[in-house]
Design a binder for this molecule. Structure first.
Ligand code: SF4
Ligand code: SF4
Length: 198
């Protein structure tokens, strides 16, 4: 189901409908936050996000970069005494932010997510690391600036070193048999490009 977010409706009800989680089960023990590896890098943290969902604080969630820093490691979900799939709620919030045209406060992460999905789509259902790196560089722009500053040469040297150690295979992976099913899946779940905060 594609997530959409309607500010006029109850956020917790939308979360329940979208990912089958009841935010009101959260009683703010903060066990999720104390185990989260990225909680210290944003103004919000998992328990705060759950409280904001209860209170319908859309702007507070979407203006902060926390949901974009979430790595999906599921430590929070494992630690929650009320069995709330907090990582699932984070995923739903990310999808809802994109579907509702929210500008991302953490553009590098959204560029990486989109480059990753495009790579899997273009490479017939598998990940191609060289293609992923190329698309991510292209989305980030500034290739000319990198060329002038010498940073591009440093990147290429690193790519060569990774290829030499067989950590980066410079060819497209074999295509999967179910390419048509994968194409249909991408078509069905196509979301708009994420906007970035100016
Ligand atoms: S899934 Fe996200 S919110 Fe949960 S612990 Fe991992 S990084 Fe933190
Ligand atoms: S661990 Fe569960 S109950 Fe405790 S604050 Fe986090 S979401 Fe709420």
């Amino acid at each position: 189901m594609t997530a959409t977010c309607t500010p006029s409706a109850s956020l917790s009800r939308q979360v329940t409908a979208g990912c089958d989680e009841n935010a009101y089960k959260c009683y703010q023990c903060k066990k999720c936050t104390s185990g989260c590896p990225v909680a210290r890098y944003a103004d919000m943290h998992p328990a705060m996000i759950m409280r904001a969902v209860q209170l319908g604080q859309y702007d507070m969630i979407f203006d902060d970069r926390f949901i974009w820093l979430c790595t999906g490691c599921e430590t929070c979900t494992t630690r929650c005494p009320n069995n709330i799939d907090i990582a699932g709620v984070m995923d739903w919030l990310k999808e809802a932010a994109i579907a509702s045209g929210q500008a991302s406060p953490q553009p590098q992460v959204t560029r990486f997510h989109q480059s990753f999905l495009d790579t899997v789509r273009l490479a017939g259902g598998r990940l191609s690391e060289p293609l992923l790196l190329g698309l991510y560089q292209w989305r980030c722009g500034g290739t000319l600036g990198k060329l002038k500053s010498g940073a591009l040469v440093a990147d290429l040297k690193m790519a060569w070193e990774l290829a030499r150690r067989r950590r980066l295979i410079p060819r497209l992976p074999h295509r999967l048999k179910g390419v048509e099913e994968i194409k249909a899946m991408f078509k069905k779940s196509r979301l708009p490009e994420t906007r970035e905060k100016p």
